[in-house]
Design a protein around this ligand. Structure first.
Ligand SMILES: Nc1ncnc2c1ncn2[C@@H]1O[C@H](COP(=O)(O)OP(=O)(O)OP(=O)(O)O)[C@@H](O)[C@H]1O
Ligand SMILES: [Mg+2]
Length: 277
């Protein structure tokens, strides 16, 4: 597998991020004049290099999804800044299709049930106004990348959960994003499907060189996929560990049984425990 080139991705910089959710009364009004609230994130600083693959680990409810939404611009911080910045000169070679700044893969596949697999995967290009031939060709290529090239004519209800997630991944990849945000995308899948999708995701990253921010509960998945793992404390989330994983670029099933892998997994486990998880 070829190592990703940094030029395909964007830099993400978080400084002093704080997010407090108001506690609402029965009428939906903020209690305590808005002063009291659920502090989800408090003083998060992170600098993510263009093209990096970063796993975000932390206990349930600590603020991981909140952080991802802030990076995507779907929510706003109460203090601090989340900046997604394009590298100079990442504007693609002449004739190359424009790349989307950000794609987001949610925990559920969120497919449109009345559309075929091909039409679901092609949706972002349709919204961008691409002609039918072009978007169908791109959707077929994206489905091929996730091993679903023979499923284009089927409908979401006919698919397994793993297949639906793969369509969702294809739909995100079709825009060739410079930043890919994934929120526990494979959590509900069986172990075998999950590790297959992990491999496909790593391959896509190596090919496109986008920056990846991957939220997971699984320490082994984080260690297998990422170059760097950031561990958050229970709410309010703070960074309790930030490790560059000392593992080979080539990730294969054999890696999971190697001592270096066990060492990284143990270190991440300890960081989670020291954070009070
Ligand atoms: N829109 C909201 N309004 C009020 N509180 C919220 C909102 N979104 C999140 N929270 C609260 O913020 C905290 C962090 O939530 P978040 O969904 O980011 O956690 P998480 O780390 O993604 O958890 P999980 O691993 O279970 O998905 C939780 O206490 C949650 O209840
Ligand atoms: Mg979440």
């Amino acid at each position: 597998m070829k190592k990703a080139t940094a030029s395909g991705g964007v830099r993400v910089r978080l400084t002093g991020i704080r997010r407090v959710f108001p506690v609402l009364d029965d009428a939906g009004r903020a209690q305590g004049g808005g002063a009291a609230g659920v502090v989800a994130l408090d003083g998060i600083d992170l600098d993510i290099a263009p093209g990096a693959f970063v796993a975000l680990l932390g206990p349930s409810g600590c603020g991981k999804s909140t952080l991802l939404r802030l990076v995507a611009g779907l929510d706003r911080a109460d203090a601090g800044a989340a900046v997604v910045e394009a590298e100079a000169g990442t504007g693609g070679a002449g004739g190359e299709r424009a790349r989307a700044p950000i794609a987001y893969v949610f925990q559920d596949a969120h497919l449109l049930p009345w559309r075929s697999v091909l039409e679901n995967a092609a949706l972002p290009l349709e919204l961008a106004g691409a002609p039918l031939e072009e978007r169908h060709a791109a959707a077929r290529a994206a489905l091929l990348q996730v091993g679903l090239d023979d499923a284009g004519a089927r409908y979401p209800a006919e698919l397994s959960g793993g297949m639906r997630m793969r369509v969702s991944l294809a739909r995100a990849m079709i825009t060739r994003p410079r930043l890919l945000l994934l929120d526990e995308p494979f959590a509900a899948l069986d172990e075998l499907t999950r590790s297959r999708l992990d491999d496909q995701l790593r391959a896509l990253w190596a090919e496109l060189g986008m920056t990846v921010l991957f939220v997971t509960h699984s320490i082994t998945e984080a260690a297998y996929l990422a170059e760097r793992a950031v561990v958050l404390s229970p709410r309010p989330a703070r960074v309790v560990a930030d490790r560059t994983l000392e593992l080979p670029d080539q990730r294969t099933a054999a890696l999971r049984t190697e001592p270096a892998f066990a060492r990284e997994v143990r270190a991440l486990q300890e960081a989670l425990e020291s954070g009070g998880a």
